[in-house]
Design a protein around this ligand. Structure first.
Ligand code: AMP
Ligand code: FES
Ligand code: ZN
Length: 309
């Protein structure tokens, strides 16, 4: 006898949500997911209905699910998609094609920043610099800067990213072990703008696991990329995921508990973590803790390695 969906009690259940002790049919799972996203947006006060929300869409399942779910949850909200083409051979063209397919399907305006055209570099060029074993980390710095730039140009008030529960709980754990309190504080679900004229940043999927995002895309026919970034799969990230997986085996609510405990801790930490004074980057003019910001330093490094500097 098939198990019936715990919500509609008519279709057969296909998804088990251990932390909610629910087994759902695909249709009820899609509704459950959209309600969870809406719940996080409202509980953390992520945006107002008249804000322009920019969703950073990478082509991966998390941000694809986020854009789709926000359209379902808030059909009248002004949403735009922001994509950074990182110039990684094969991978970046594939990601952009998926983002174009998704935004066309949802009728969402898309803004693309192509780093080859705009900056004259590719993320792969970091292999020629001291970042050769840490391409991902340099890529993160470039992406964060470009998101701010794209958001400003697109008139975005709030920038939403697809960081999920597994990402955030894993990074929180890691920052805790290494005592990186300033970085732990930055994992808050809502971050204020860097300065006047910049967007605030929100993580509406902070309570949703990677697996739930994957199921949402599969059941909802949401297009997402089929190949992985050649520079991903950092051992650190994998190790963290494994540790959390082991600790979650007997307690399906474990990741949520990690998140909740850290969210309680962050306001206390904010009182003791010193915030660096911000100045204007001498090159790009963005707020920065040093005369030249990390983004401009990384770009200059690559250009020098390419003989363009
Ligand atoms: P990651 O740091 O790759 O785990 O990505 C975290 C989030 O950043 C994703 O869920 C997206 O919202 C956003 N993101 C990452 N890469 C891109 C990209 N190339 N273009 C637009 N958004 C991105
Ligand atoms: Fe940035 Fe892979 S997406 S290194
Ligand atoms: Zn700069």
């Amino acid at each position: 006898m098939p198990v019936l969906c715990g919500k509609c009690h008519s279709a057969s259940a296909e998804v088990h949500i251990p932390y909610a002790k629910l087994s759902l049919c695909p249709k009820c799972f899609l509704d459950f997911y959209v309600r969870r996203v809406k719940g996080a947006v409202e509980d953390f006060g992520m945006f107002k209905e008249d804000d322009v929300v920019g969703v950073a869409v990478s082509g991966g399942k998390d941000s694809a699910a986020l854009l789709h779910a926000l359209r379902q949850a808030y059909p009248n909200l002004k949403v735009v998609a922001l994509h950074v083409n990182l110039g990684i051979p094969k991978y970046s063209a594939h990601c952009q094609a998926k983002v174009e397919e998704l935004t066309k399907m949802l009728d969402v305006e898309l803004h693309v920043f192509n780093i080859v055209k705009e900056l004259g570099i590719r993320i792969s060029d970091f292999r020629k610099t001291v970042f050769r074993k840490k391409v991902c980390s340099a890529c993160g710095t470039v992406k964060r800067h470009v998101f701010e730039d794209l958001a400003r140009k697109a008139g975005v008030d709030v920038l939403a990213t697809g960081h999920n529960l597994d990402d955030v709980a894993g990074v929180m754990f890691n920052n805790f072990f290494y005592g990186r309190w300033d970085q732990l504080v930055r994992l808050k679900p809502v971050l204020p703008p860097l300065a006047e004229g910049f967007a605030s940043k929100v993580k509406p999927l902070i309570r949703i696991s990677e697996n739930e995002n994957l199921l949402y895309c599969l059941y909802g026919d949401v297009p997402f990329r089929e190949i992985d970034c050649p520079y991903s799969s950092g051992t650190g990230v994998r190790k963290r995921a494994e540790i959390l997986e082991i600790l979650s085996r007997d307690n399906p609510y474990f990741r949520h508990q990690v998140l909740n405990r850290f969210l309680e801790l962050i306001p206390l930490l904010e009182n003791v973590v010193s915030k660096p004074a911000l100045v204007k980057c001498q090159v790009c003019g963005f707020p920065s803790s040093s005369d030249v910001c990390a983004f401009c330093k990384r770009v200059a490094l690559v250009k020098k390695a390419l003989g363009k500097g």
